[in-house]
Design a protein. Structure first.
Length: 168
């Protein structure tokens, strides 16, 4: 079963975020607290949305997909960015990942989103093979750029005054 997450799922979502980070060899980077996850997903201005995968019989939560809308200046339309897709190891191969992606694709279709995009680590061959089996186009010519920590702070210090600029 695939369903929309509720605030009661926050602890389970945070646990799966940490499990995913460990799988991706970056456990130390998963620092979000339960309160931060709660605020980001269910606060006054939600930053993202989550679908939950549950086993039909037991109701056990076995996976999640966290996504948010994006915008393409080229198409003039919104799209979807999938931030995290995770299925717990014991449930892999049970169709949960495909069901989560299909549910997200249906949201895209209903919402008029022309693009559904996400990143995958280059070494994650099982995920790459799974995505390719669904017809995903891997965009090899694009590189992900990230600015964080000191370099982000340093660049921000160079910013000119901008009228009407407010935090997101």
């Amino acid at each position: 079963m695939i369903r929309t997450a509720t605030v009661d799922d926050v602890a389970e979502i945070r646990a799966m975020i940490r499990e995913l980070a460990a799988y991706e060899r970056a456990a130390e980077q998963a620092r979000a607290t339960e309160e931060q996850v709660r605020e980001a997903l269910f606060g006054e201005h939600p930053a993202a949305r989550v679908l939950i995968a549950q086993e039909d019989g037991s109701g056990e939560v076995v996976g999640f997909a966290l996504w948010f809308p994006r915008f393409s200046t080229w198409t003039g339309t919104r799209g979807m960015h999938l931030e995290d897709l995770y299925v717990r190891p014991h449930a892999r191969g049970g169709g949960y990942g495909k069901a989560l992606l299909a549910a997200l694709a249906a949201i895209c279709a209903r919402s008029g989103f022309e693009r559904f995009e996400w990143w995958v680590l280059a070494w994650n061959e099982p995920a790459i093979g799974f995505y390719e089996s669904l017809g995903v186009e891997l965009l090899e010519e694009w590189k992900v750029c990230r600015l964080s920590g000191g370099p982000l702070t340093d660049l921000a210090a160079l910013a000119p005054a901008v009228d009407g600029l407010t935090p997101a």
